[in-house]
Write a protein that binds this ligand. Structure first.
Ligand SMILES: Nc1nc2c(c(=O)[nH]1)N[C@H]1C(S)=C(S)[C@@H](COP(=O)(O)O)O[C@H]1N2
Ligand SMILES: [Mo]
Length: 429
């Protein structure tokens, strides 16, 4: 047998078709391409081969044509709420400290865009960059540029500012607007990426810069018939330089499409809207910036708040949740272990007290994680119910900054930052 010949060089048309095929498969995954007469299995095989050579996240089931979310949303893990998906707390039982990517809640203003890391660029621009006039030349980083910078890893929660919103209505009789989350618009992941500070310094940060504004590559957000433009929210430079990441990995995997692939901003301890997904550009400004997401939205309005609204929301509040279904049932006279988690934007969790009799008596829970900022602590208590019937389980956390969950949350028209103790209904039979 003769030695294999030197392979013929690939014609350009073949290369083009390779690149286009990759795009076409991504469009199919996004529900934007037809595949009549081709099995789903066959397409997933093709996609998997593509993923191996281009570091795409592992493909899931192709989303339904009209689904705003790519990953599967099994009803035992998620409650679908419009363009969003809330994690069921019972689905976190036994999952460890970090929320598995497959079970992590999704909050989308519109639809998850299916992007390609090979085409992705991050553009930094604005008069807060040195030697760059307002209309001047922007600085660009591609995916490989970012991966070549020093990497950092950090465990942090992402939590929607509206998490727990429905309890303003169900526990306090208040009318508020927005997605009626229970407590599942939160998750904790191990994020890996680069410091935003490193990228800003490499781009040439001017001493006059005050705000940075990351913006997503998802579609423009239309509210009340008016386009508010693409999702964007200013961050003060002090926070941007402190602990903010441009994250490309979530729990050791490339970011899933729904969580910002290829790159998202991760702002530890702050409300979820700060952590812009699918980031495409960052304005660096020598003047303070505003967007609908720090003026109309994400301020507190209503009685008990200033007429013009509170300052823009930053740190998250304090909350607790049981890893139990609503209305879970327990056998009378038997020993049970109740599990839950508490978290705060102001520090670690110092203690958690639990009531199994609707709030009459309280005892301390056993903490399973040492207090750590930006993440939750898991806890447990034992319970042997002695009487049949309906009751409520309650958990009250205190953080290392000595904030303690109140009985009643101060309401605001958009239902942000619910922090009161939640009454979790259960039955004993
Ligand atoms: N580009 C973009 N970034 C975004 C959003 C969005 O719709 N578009 N939603 C924000 C909100 S309100 C929240 S709570 C978090 C949710 O992050 P997750 O979907 O990864 O859980 O992303 C934030 N970043
Ligand atoms: Mo959010």
């Amino acid at each position: 047998m003769s030695a294999p010949a030197v392979p013929p060089s690939r014609p350009t048309s073949r290369l083009d078709e390779t690149a286009y095929d990759r795009r076409r498969l991504r469009q199919w995954l996004a529900g934007e391409a037809r595949a009549d007469g081709v099995s789903r299995r066959r397409l997933l095989t093709l996609l998997a081969a593509t993923a191996a050579t281009t570091a795409l996240p592992a493909p899931g089931r192709a989303r339904a044509a009209d689904s705003p979310i790519v990953k599967p949303l099994p009803p035992e893990w998620f409650i679908q709420r419009g363009t969003n998906a809330e994690t069921r707390w019972e689905a976190l039982r036994g999952t460890g400290h970090h929320t598995p990517n497959e079970r992590f809640f999704v909050r989308n203003h519109t639809t998850t865009p299916v992007l390609d890391a090979a085409d992705w660029r991050l553009r930094l621009w604005g008069d807060g960059l040195r030697g760059t006039p307002a209309e001047g030349s922007p600085v660009e980083f591609d995916y490989d540029d970012l991966r070549a910078l020093p990497a950092v890893t950090r465990t942090a929660f992402v939590e929607c500012a509206g998490n727990g919103r429905s309890f303003y209505a169900t526990q306090q009789g208040e009318t508020v607007t927005g997605t009626a989350w229970t407590l599942g618009a939160v998750g904790v992941a191990r994020w890996r990426g680069v410091r935003l500070a490193d990228v800003l310094r490499r781009a040439g940060l001017s001493p006059y810069a005050v705000d940075v504004q990351p913006r997503g590559l998802d579609a423009e957000y239309v509210s009340g018939g008016e386009s508010l433009g693409r999702v964007r929210r200013p961050l003060p430079l002090a926070k941007a330089l402190d602990d903010v990441l441009l994250a490309y990995e979530m729990n050791g995997e490339p970011l899933p499409y729904d969580h910002g692939y290829p790159v998202r901003v991760l702002v530890p301890s702050w409300v979820g809207i700060s952590s812009i997904k699918w980031v495409g550009d960052i304005e660096v400004s020598a003047q303070p910036l505003f967007s609908p997401w720090n003026t109309t939205f994400y301020r507190l309005f209503g009685p008990g708040h200033p007429q013009e609204g509170s300052a823009p929301l930053s740190r998250q509040t304090i909350k607790s949740a049981f890893e139990l279904a609503n209305g879970a049932s327990f056998a009378v006279g038997e020993g049970h272990v109740l599990h839950g988690r508490s978290w705060s934007g102001a520090g670690g969790i110092a203690r958690v007290d639990v009531s199994t009799d609707g709030g009459t008596s309280w005892r301390p829970a056993r903490l399973h994680d040492r207090p750590r900022a930006d993440t939750w602590s898991r806890w447990s208590v034992t319970w042997t119910p002695e009487t049949r019937g309906a009751t409520h389980l309650l958990a009250r956390a205190t953080d290392t900054a000595e904030r303690r969950q109140p009985d009643v949350a101060v309401p605001n028209t958009q239902g942000y930052l619910f922090d009161a103790v939640v009454r979790h209904p259960v039955t004993v039979s």
